[in-house]
Design a protein around this ligand. Sequence first.
Ligand SMILES: Cc1cc2nc3c(=O)[nH]c(=O)nc-3n(C[C@H](O)[C@H](O)[C@H](O)COP(=O)(O)OP(=O)(O)OC[C@H]3O[C@@H](n4cnc5c(N)ncnc54)[C@H](O)[C@@H]3O)c2cc1C
Length: 609
Amino acid sequence: MGNLKKEPSSPIQQAGAKRAATRSPSPHLHENKKQTQEKINKEENLGGYPSYGRVKACSIAKADRIDENPPVLRLNEAVEGRVKQKHSEDEKSVVFWMRMHDLRIVDSRALTIASDYAREHNIPLIIIHIFSPQDYDAHDRSARRIDMVLRKLKSLKEELEEMNIPLYTFTVEQRQHIPQTVLDFVKEHKSKHLYANMEYEVDELFRDLQVINLANGQEVEVQLEHDNMVVPPFKVLTKSTSKPPMTFNAYLKGWQKIVLDDPTYRDETGRVEPNDKSAKQDLKKLFEKEVPDEIAGFECHDKDKMKELWPVGPNTADEVLDRFLHYKNREDATEASPLGDDAEKDDGNARIKGYAEGRNITTGETTSKISPYLASGQISVRQCFNRAQKLKTGYNMDVTRESGVGMWSQEVIWKDFYQNVLCVNPRVSMGHPFLKQYRFVEWEYNEEHLEAWHQGKTGWPIVDAAMRQLTTTGWMHNRMRMTVASYLCKDLMLDWREGERVFARELIDHDLGSNNGGWQWSAGTGTDAQPYFRIFNPISQSNKADPTGEYIHHWLPELKDIQPPALFEPAKHLSKNEFQKLNYPKPLVDHKFARDRALSRYKKALGKE
Ligand SMILES: Cc1cc2nc3c(=O)[nH]c(=O)nc-3n(C[C@H](O)[C@H](O)[C@H](O)COP(=O)(O)OP(=O)(O)OC[C@H]3O[C@@H](n4cnc5c(N)ncnc54)[C@H](O)[C@@H]3O)c2cc1C
């Protein structure tokens, strides 16, 4: 790999490197960190994870302890037992805390309740959003994701201003100070009620528990709602065990029954109601504060490109969905915004209609590209599900695999499923495999290979094209996510958490539940995981996802003159001379060798070797 650059190449990698330099140990200190980390791993019984300090995992003991009493259940209890506050004359406002996952003002459960309370008592509604760089760091948030949040907040601020509602944003540097800072704000604005939708990551659940505990002693009532899933966590239970099912098919069955029995789960709440005009004057200072252009340490270096590819505005998420439900597939859309202006409305040939058969093809617009908008809550899961279901024919609810509507609805339910997995087994978001038997897989730690994979220089065109799509656009097609993830874990034998982290730092649609679920599925360590012995072959994946080679040609112009099948494995098909002229790397590892190595390592972890 002599042609591999050590310097971060994509803007997002540069941002990551800068952040790493300021906030976390430099990647170049990995060698020094290795010993310390190995010591910690040994001490904490993490054996088998010799890490370079990159992979974050808490001790097994701690993960098991948190799993035994999942924080979401504790939070549910705390919400039930909260100290209630009655409205009185001295209550002058009500506060809604908007989070990174619910950036919208329509169909947001807690926001609607807050808005109703404000109307009922004739007091103004205040909306706040907190920037927490420490949390972004802890969750490896990408600068692109943060940039999209800022752009959306700016747009919301303008919209809300028309409705006399202030959207006030501020940064809290030390995340441990967030609970009290929020309560201080609530009290300062003479409010006794704070509303928010729950976030399901472990840190956030513990933070919210603390908010409630503190509020109980400070005459503030905190009400938290389940909003980020159609069916809240721990609701779907298997008949035989009364436990949440951990396979998708069983979950889907239970999910469907619950929603059919009680259609209110699908009910959308309306739009936030305006404040009285007087709020503009009374809360002048809050209106005056601008949403910042960037957050220090998370500057987005390809901001303009992101803005062009993933625009935001009052109705953009609705429009992106609309395109998928009612417009034709644009053939040349590999690097285009889902809102490009050359789309043709055609209900008879709408993209969703071809989804069941076409979703694995990487060229054109075979999927919705709604994920950046869904992950940041610019549109709700309910809205997506309901709007697709409106197009169904002949069923009460279509979640079958036979139709485009059914298949797409199932995919949306996968999002719910992975949120549920996160809530039921919090260890998965703390660096632990869902299948505990895979705690001791022996991974390779190879900085060069990781870097080559990240930069799209593995020598396997389908993997490289996909990784360049990721670093250039912040998004990757689902089949490609599975392909590159399988390649990282099973061909390069690199720890899935390394890949999970790279994705988190690059993706504009990063969602902890879906990302973790996708990575663990690919590594064979998760729910529904493909078994360890199923190893994606880059050539069959190329044939399946990019039969004409158009996707590879788009992302790897150096291979533009080569056609399939040579395109899928040029090092094998071309003469030495021809191959050298391409300036394209040879495969990092031989697939057959890698396959045998992976099988042996997994078997060893299972005690079969
Ligand atoms: C290794 C790996 C990492 C992933 N990381 C993320 C991530 O960080 N954020 C993310 O939103 N999705 C992630 N996914 C799931 C999936 O790849 C994306 O949701 C999908 O590619 C987004 O494109 P789309 O909106 O066009 O999807 P569509 O096919 O149009 O699906 C519509 C929506 O359904 C949901 N969905 C679809 N497939 C899945 C799935 N397999 N798991 C969970 N939800 C799904 C998403 O919200 C998606 O936007 C990951 C998958 C893998 C294999």
